[in-house]
Design a protein around this ligand. Structure first.
Ligand SMILES: [Zn+2]
Ligand SMILES: [Zn+2]
Length: 335
């Protein structure tokens, strides 16, 4: 089988022995496509992963071999995510599902950028669903990234009708903005790239350019009865996004951190204290968030048409490079 693996800071297509189920519970699936996630880019760019690592986890695939009572059968086209919480440990009991050891250990094998993938029985039971008929493979591959956004919306625990700001209108910002709108919020969004701002406006997010901090402040205050937004969702990994958040959030508001920043930029202690801010992180979805994600995609409340650019597996290095250089917003690797 063909896989795309890391080899000395490059993504190289290599041939490996095709995996089979053997006497394991679970399924072997033939990958039809896999989205290229921002986290794959980070792992590639920061050289976190060893040679031979197969990245990718946003898979759409067809079951070719199965041993499970999960209800799926050979021939089913499914969408799957990669991590499953144990639901029993102290983290899970504290609702920090993505901090669970089991969550971090579980994965699809060898990774999504592989012609064939092994899904464990747990994957089939908790994080795998039949592909809805009204969605294309490419569209349904947003199941996992949108699930991450659903998790963030839930973590923020806002009342409907809240005013929110999404900082950063890349693919994740556009998913987050639409998810927030689906939950009843009034959604503002900002970025410094005009094409992203235009795209966001087309998707019903009130988007504006955030290059100038004074403009940001005036714009947000004029749209929120002069108090600022109830919550800022930080989908941008730029250090410059932090002043935008502090300029926009209302006294007593929340900032939801959804991205790493290269220089580990910080929020000020005294801002948090005197403005009584809540700064909270959101990392990865639990199974119920993924179910909601699939509903939002299926009923069209989140529109992902034309958000990704299709590449074949042979061109996967180009897909990584084009994403890094912002030539495209998101890549989908078609097998
Ligand atoms: Zn992802
Ligand atoms: Zn756990």
């Amino acid at each position: 089988m063909r896989v795309a693996e890391i080899n000395n800071n490059k993504i190289v297509v290599a041939e490996r022995e095709t995996i089979t189920l053997g006497d394991r519970m679970g399924a072997i699936v033939k990958v039809l496509g896999c989205g290229l996630c921002g986290s794959d880019i980070v792992k590639f760019r920061e050289h976190i992963s060893n040679n031979g690592t197969v990245l990718g986890h946003e898979i759409v695939a067809q079951i070719v071999e199965i041993n499970s009572n999960s209800g799926f059968k050979v021939g089913d086209t499914v969408v799957a995510s990669h991590h499953i919480p144990c639901f029993k440990c102290a983290y899970c009991r504290g609702k920090s599902y993505s901090m669970c050891d089991h969550f971090k250990e579980t994965n699809i094998e060898p990774g999504g950028f592989s012609e064939y993938v092994f899904l464990s029985d747990e994957h089939l039971h908790y994080v795998t669903h039949l592909k809805p008929r009204n969605l294309s493979n490419e569209e349904v591959s947003f199941y996992e990234p949108l699930g991450c956004c659903v998790r963030a919306v839930k973590r923020a625990a806002l009342s409907p009708l809240s005013n929110v700001l999404v900082v950063g209108l890349g693919t994740i910002g556009l998913l987050m903005g639409q998810a927030l709108r689906a939950f009843g919020m009034t959604v503002h969004g900002c970025d410094i790239m005009p094409d992203r701002i235009a795209k966001a406006n087309n998707l019903g997010i009130n988007a504006f350019n955030s290059s100038d901090l004074e403009f940001v402040h005036n714009h947000i205050y004029s749209h929120t009865g002069d108090i600022g937004v109830d919550c800022v969702f930080m989908t941008s990994g730029a250090d410059a996004a932090i002043p935008v958040a502090l300029e926009s959030v209302r006294l007593g508001g929340k900032i939801l951190v959804f991205s790493s920043t290269p220089n580990n930029a910080a929020y000020n202690n005294n801002d948090i204290y005197y403005k009584e801010l809540t700064v909270l992180g959101s990392y990865s979805p639990k199974p119920q968030d993924l179910e909601i994600s699939l509903q939002l995609l299926t009923n069209g409340e989140v529109n992902v048409k034309n958000l990704s650019t299709v590449y074949t597996l042979d061109r996967i290095q180009e897909a990584f490079d084009d994403t890094v250089s912002n030539k495209i917003m998101k890549a989908y690797i078609r097998f």
